[in-house]
Design a protein around this ligand. Sequence first.
Ligand SMILES: [Zn+2]
Length: 478
Amino acid sequence: MRVYNTLTRQKEEFVPRDPGKVSMYVCGVTPYNHPHIGNARPFVTWDIIKRYLEQCGYQVHHVQNFTDIDDKIIRTAKQEGVTWEVIANRYIASYFAVMDKLNVRRADRYPRVSEHIPEIIAMVQGLVDKGFAYAVDGDVYYSVEKFPEYGKLSGRNLEDMKAGARVDIDDRKRHPMDFALWKSAKPEEPSWDSPWGPGRPGWHIECSAMSLKYLGQSFDFHGGGSDLIFPHHENEIAQSEACIGGEPFVRYWLHNGFITLNEEKMSKSLGNFFLVKDILAHYSAEILRFFIVSTHYRSPLDFSDERLTEAGRSLERLRTAVGNCLELNKVEHTGENDAAKLLHKSAVQAQAEFFAAMDDDFNTALAISSMFALAKELNIYYSAVSSGKSEHDAEAYAIARDIYFSMAEVLGILVEERAGKLEGGAGLINQLMDIIIELRQAARQQKDWGTADKIRDKLNAAGIVLEDSPQGVRWKHR
Ligand SMILES: [Zn+2]
């Protein structure tokens, strides 16, 4: 398995620190609002990476934090006249509700900053003791000049950063890029006692302190959006490696790409920032998930109505194959035959291609194409068996079906269909199509050609074609 490491800017062979085990830390959300599309992408991505690692036999330990002490939370709490805990708890609940809908499985642990103040203070004290940090008037800053490798993740150097820094810098800092590890208390803000007086942690220190506590001094994957590379992850490296020394703090840094809206970068200032719950009012969570995984995680993801609609259509094609499998499950074994041999061969090939794509830096976009190839073969086989042209080889078919379902499991899609919850071939759409076809037949019997043609034309516009067959009217995707 090869993964792209942001630190070395190349794909590297993945070798876990401990054989058979994978430890990963993912930067979580700051719960001051409902999750937006930019939150959905990393968490769906990491869910799939985890599912795939598990399918490869690894035991995965996944830790993801909540930044529950933050300016934005404090501000929102003030505006609403409630405590910061109320805001944090409300939006943590919203995070879980949205991620559950997106079929993102839970991490093993969700540490919160507010519950790790002693660990954070101990780490800041350690950095002060070692000379990497200094206290000024109740604040503690990290001294970037003391860490010679500062800038190695983001590919920046201190001289350039100093030159680029704004003039109105804080003169209490020794270098403009020095960052706060501890901030002295301001009136009406939550604070905790510390050796430097009452205050609260800076943003970056939490991830160093909490990953150390739950994953140890060195772990396999650290993930997040590419907007976190600088300064957040750069600062995490400076803190953790100064503190522990020796082994690299993180073995592989993985970052997902940006989201664009109609090819324009999404940001709050442009007002094109979408909350997941608003998107889910128009599209199913499964379509949104499938849309996210249809693009490789490092590539930009362009968000538009057209693309979501397209994702919905593609998903429907994959769903049809599951529906056909559910039908085939009911057919009795009659014997070996050429169609089944071909299906078996195609399935094994599709599986090899799927694994190869996922082994190449979790290339879900390519992996999905092997899933489509297998869906097509399953549909061909289903037609051959259901039309009586071929015998049914239950054993060979079951192998192909299981491969297909395991691909869907890695991608976290077609869950209900696979569980057989949606009855009648391809599920709900088949039931609806039965109703529509029946209504059109009734119109034709009454010689109401206008209505019959209108139904056919509207279906056609939606990408569905009706065909007359000896068994009656059938439908298919165009
Ligand atoms: Zn973090």
